[in-house]
Design a protein around this ligand. Structure first.
Ligand code: GDP
Length: 202
């Protein structure tokens, strides 16, 4: 699909003042560090290293913006819940993402990326609570690491615990890539979701 084929890097924002001016529809991606969020974004955009996260805990966290064909934006939140993340960094994450979510932007939905082997960790659940009634897709990555029965069980666990839409995904086999693009295209066509910004306080 064309929307995702010619993305370019737009901006990296470490604080509210650095966010690019709002306007175009925005699709956000959130997830724990190391779940495969950057790989998933790269797979969706058909690029090898457009989204890339440094694995160094303690580095400056930024929200990265990519412009898609047609002007919509893909918004990559910093990863959360890094095992060794220092406390101030967690506070910084909350401040930055909270500022983004609280700002009056045209957010069409949030893709919450989770490892299919460990879906809905306490931090994921906290984030989902924080997102309120924002439209959400639960993207279960690294599906190639699980067998058929385990995948079915993962989907069952997720749908029993949350009424959000869920999709199995693998950046390695590209399972779910086209389906995910299709869903996100639908989100963009449906337009802005967050008439009211979600509540603060993860
Ligand atoms: P992020 O921190 O969430 O952005 O995670 P990355 O995209 O950097 O991926 C973390 C690690 O998981 C890397 O070693 C990737 O090669 C690996 N990985 C990411 N996606 C997949 C996937 O779909 N399947 C498998 N087998 N490995 C993956």
């Amino acid at each position: 699909m064309k929307t995702f084929s010619q993305a370019v890097f737009l901006a990296a924002a470490g604080r509210l003042d650095d966010l690019p001016p709002p306007g175009p529809p925005e699709l956000a991606f959130a997830g724990r560090s190391n779940v495969g969020k950057s790989s998933a974004i790269n797979a969706l955009l058909g690029r090898k290293r457009l989204a890339y996260t440094s694995k160094t805990p303690g580095r400056t966290q930024t929200i990265n913006f990519f412009e898609l064909a047609g002007g919509a934006r893909l918004v990559d939140f910093p990863g959360y819940g890094f095992a060794r993340v220092p406390r101030p960094l967690r506070a910084q994450w909350e401040q930055l993402v909270g500022d983004y979510l609280g700002a009056d932007r045209a957010l069409v939905g949030v893709v919450v990326v989770m490892d299919a082997r460990h879906p809905l960790t306490p931090l994921d659940r906290q984030l989902l609570g924080w997102l309120g009634d924002t439209r959400v897709l639960l993207l279960l990555t690294k599906a190639d690491k699980l067998g058929r029965a385990e995948l079915a069980a993962a989907l069952k666990t997720v749908s029993a615990a949350s009424r959000r839409e869920a999709l199995l995904f693998s950046s390695v086999t590209r399972q779910g890539v086209e389906e995910c693009r299709g869903l996100l295209e639908q989100w963009l066509a449906a337009g802005r979701w967050n008439k009211k910004p979600p509540a603060k306080g993860m």
